[in-house]
Design a protein around this ligand. Structure first.
Ligand SMILES: *[C@@H]1O[C@H](CO)[C@@H](O)[C@H](O)[C@H]1NC(C)=O
Ligand SMILES: *[C@@H]1O[C@H](CO)[C@@H](O)[C@H](O)[C@H]1NC(C)=O
Ligand SMILES: *[C@@H]1O[C@H](CO)[C@@H](O)[C@H](O)[C@H]1NC(C)=O
Ligand SMILES: *[C@@H]1O[C@H](CO)[C@@H](O)[C@H](O)[C@H]1NC(C)=O
Ligand SMILES: *[C@@H]1O[C@H](CO)[C@@H](O)[C@H](O)[C@H]1NC(C)=O
Ligand SMILES: *[C@@H]1O[C@H](CO)[C@@H](O)[C@H](O)[C@H]1NC(C)=O
Length: 471
């Protein structure tokens, strides 16, 4: 409890008011819903098309005078990166290129001065995890052969390498024997926190870069991050991923809240390592993957929910999810599906869950004026829960389109048809390499208004008062 309180005081208070507003605006249930037969590719594509359309409806970055790549409040910058990653997947799964133009525009517009997804406008909210979500979006673009940008613009692979290079430079051995801090800049709240998602994004990217490029340096880093997270206890011996811990206490105060995306981000990284390695090393990764799949049972709801339906157990049953949390199931869905390509022995286990979850997700998409908007809760049958937003759409879209994975092409590498051009030293220009000092026009240390991703204990603590979560 003490540690939860102390981590609460360092969280960024935010968004519970906006959440309440969104719930009120959620609209009435018209009962239209989205019909989905997960065994029919045509049905899955049609459902994905509707949910994608409703998701993009929230995007304003292509309107005259708006900034490409940004979502309007209350969404933070990272979630836009996650959304464009989802739209790359949408094209990969369905072949529908309706949103490619806005996706490429956004991914290019937000690269920042040093082409590494550290745009100056986002200094207030830029955590390693925030940057990581944009990095994983462009990594997927390279792996899925999403159309390459014109040669004079930054290329997908080089951008992913830039994010990797920046994060490797920020590996911090001063506290907790290693690890990335949550925040990049020392004046942002959360700089004194090391967490699973920041290190998980870095691990995921390193493992995928190792597969794509064949460069052992990336694999070495993936091993290093994995060893670190297991030694800190942030990942347990039975493969549960806890949220994080403070540098000020040398990471002894582990906050035990568990989110879907943490196991997901490590799962896909582990699947890439499995695919890359051989012999005993490969068997070790197989054991780890099986352990993570086993521990993910926490994120599939017990009865009375239908079996194998995903839920965000830390907040969803209590109605305490915030704007970030609404989207997390998108990432576990996305990364479970991608895992089946790299580690095919996971296929049956994963598909059972993706089918049940997609069916349940679609059944409750009956909100808003259109009667097709999705809520958060997939576990209560055809009942729409009255919430609306990018996160809910993204989660439903991700789990629905993931059911097209069987016939989707395998991710490519440089040796198997990948065309994205890399640059092993990308992103390392600029003045603050590996060193979290503020750019010239940064906000002062007093400004704690920023956001970043996740971890959201403030909100949950404030609303729920919730020790059950950490015990
Ligand atoms: C922005 O993109 C969406 C989706 O492609 C489209 O419906 C909308 O018309 C676009 N808006 C502008 C101003 O181009
Ligand atoms: C940064 O913000 C300014 C002012 O809103 C805007 O004009 C510019 O396009 C933004 N750039 C990026 C990369 O977001
Ligand atoms: C911090 O914790 C690590 C184990 O994670 C330990 O090896 C190290 O000695 C600790 N450092 C201090 C200063 O307590
Ligand atoms: C599987 O998960 C259960 C529940 O989390 C745990 O008790 C058990 O030890 C796990 N088994 C393995 C092999 O990891
Ligand atoms: C590695 O991934 C490829 C591409 O999906 C797949 O064909 C292959 O079977 C995987 N290797 C192993 C050992 O599972
Ligand atoms: C492999 O990656 C490392 C780390 O980015 C880089 O320094 C090195 O030049 C790369 N090697 C090759 C052959 O590209």
């Amino acid at each position: 409890m003490k540690s939860l309180r102390s981590s609460l005081s360092t969280r960024r208070p935010r968004s519970w008011l906006t959440n309440a507003a969104l719930i009120v605006l959620g609209g009435t249930t018209l009962g239209t819903a989205i019909t989905l037969d997960v065994e029919s590719q045509g049905s899955v594509k049609a459902a994905a098309k509707q949910v994608a359309y409703d998701m993009v409806h929230f995007y304003t970055g292509n309107n005259t005078g708006d900034v490409p790549g940004n979502l309007p409040a209350p969404y933070y910058w990272w979630e836009a990166g996650a959304m464009f990653g989802t739209l790359i997947d949408y094209w990969y799964y369905t072949g529908d290129d309706t949103y490619n133009e806005i996706t490429t525009q956004a991914l290019q517009f937000q690269v920042g001065d040093n082409k590494n997804y550290e745009p100056t406008n986002q200094t207030k909210t830029l955590g390693n995890d925030d940057q990581g979500f944009w990095g994983m979006a462009v990594m997927a673009a390279a792996e899925q052969k999403y159309p390459d940008p014109p040669a004079e613009e930054p290329q997908w692979l080089a951008l992913a390498q830039a994010v990797f290079n920046r994060q490797a430079g920020r590996w911090d051995t001063q506290y907790c024997n290693g690890g990335l801090r949550w925040q990049i800049f020392s004046f942002n709240t959360g700089y004194d926190y090391k967490n699973s998602i920041s290190n998980g994004c870095f691990f995921n990217l390193a493992a995928r870069l190792a597969v794509y490029t064949g460069n052992q340096t990336y694999a070495d880093w993936a091993n290093k991050v994995y060893d670190w997270i297991s030694h800190t206890g942030m990942m347990t011996a039975d493969y549960h991923f806890y949220d994080g811990a403070h540098t000020t206490l040398n990471c002894s105060d582990i906050n035990r809240i568990e989110w879907t995306y943490n196991v997901g981000v490590f799962l896909l990284g582990a699947a890439n390592m499995y695919n890359l390695t051989e012999g005993a090393e490969q068997q070790l990764w197989k054991t780890r993957i099986n352990g993570m799949l086993n521990s993910s049972s926490l994120f599939f709801a017990p009865a009375p929910s239908p079996p194998n339906v995903m839920w965000e157990q830390a907040c969803e049953p209590h109605g305490t999810c915030d704007t970030d949390n609404y989207s997390f199931k998108a990432y576990l869905s996305r990364w479970m599906a991608a895992t089946t390509k790299l580690a095919p022995f996971t296929y049956d286990f994963v598909m059972l869950r993706l089918k049940a979850s997609a069916t349940a997700a679609a059944a409750q998409c009956s909100g808003g004026a259109s009667g097709t908007l999705c809520g958060m809760k997939w576990t209560e049958g055809a009942k729409y829960d009255g919430t609306t937003g990018v996160g809910q759409q993204m989660a439903a879209l991700s789990v629905i389109q993931a059911n097209l994975i069987t016939n989707a092409s395998a991710p490519v590498s440089q040796n198997t048809g990948g065309t994205s051009k890399g640059d092993a030293s990308a992103g390392t220009g600029g003045s603050n390499d590996g060193n979290p000092s503020a750019p010239k026009n940064a906000i002062t240390g007093k400004d704690k208004a920023g956001a970043g991703i996740l971890t959201t204990l403030v909100l949950i603590g404030v609303i729920g008062g919730c020790w059950w979560m950490v015990s």
